[in-house]
Design a binder for this molecule. Sequence first.
Ligand SMILES: Nc1ncnc2c1ncn2[C@@H]1O[C@H](COP(=O)(O)OP(=O)(O)OP(=O)(O)O)[C@@H](O)[C@H]1O
Length: 263
Amino acid sequence: MVRDEANFRELTCGRHAFSVLGVLEVQNLSKRYGRMLAVDDLSFVVRPGRVTGFLGPNGAGKSTTLRMALGLDRPSAGQVLVDGVRYHELEHPLRRVGALLEGSTAHGGRSAYHHLLWMAQTNRLPTSRVREVLGQVGLDAAAGRRTRQFSLGMSQRLGIAAALLGDPPVLLFDEPTNGLDPEGIRWLRTLLKGFAAEGRTVLVSSHLMSEMALTADHLLVLHHGRLLADSSLADFVAANHARSLEDAFLGLTARPNRTEDAR
Ligand SMILES: Nc1ncnc2c1ncn2[C@@H]1O[C@H](COP(=O)(O)OP(=O)(O)OP(=O)(O)O)[C@@H](O)[C@H]1O
């Protein structure tokens, strides 16, 4: 397995060893659904200041991992820490971690503005943030519309606005390009790179290789719940003797026994 060993050691040398805010650490994480091991002893660190692509084919375990990071699913073993603390132990979770999960929805009868206002008020966040994040995602003009009238792309933008509400250093996005048109995809790419440039920790799951090749600085590759690679994009391509991210990814994930080889 390709692993960013130096960084891994630097950031895992103690529970409170982090000097920067926004380090997400997955430690020996597993999730079993009945007889199926959806996530299999995963360990990695996601660092601030870069976009980390969380790649894997359908069913690889990406969403399950993100749900466990957010305390929405209980690990069968292991844990996920944000700056050394589990999500449910965070005093102000929305100020520390923003997330867009697949299928997250707003109440269809509420306007985008009122949905975000409700979130801000129930999480003790300044209501001035509502207008700010609506502007950031380009929904100013649609702020008063009921969200049931929203296109898939507009709903994604609203989900991203909700993730940004607490201005958190850590952002987790599960397949954020879903429903976005080419212009929206380009907009999102610029947004994610901008968050990383601000020093935030950005973890983005995707199975769109061409998009990840343009967006991600660093890659975590998951297959059958196991980590196959933790490396820069260039190192991942080179280590797999491929010409592109897509070639490297398909070469690695198409081989059924590769995960055994990689352990
Ligand atoms: N609540 C659940 N009960 C049973 N099995 C589940 C549950 N949630 C996920 N799984 C299974 O766990 C495995 C991993 O699913 P997961 O959604 O995490 O994958 P993924 O990498 O996010 O895939 P996709 O890109 O299709 O969203 C799949 O086989 C899925 O069917």
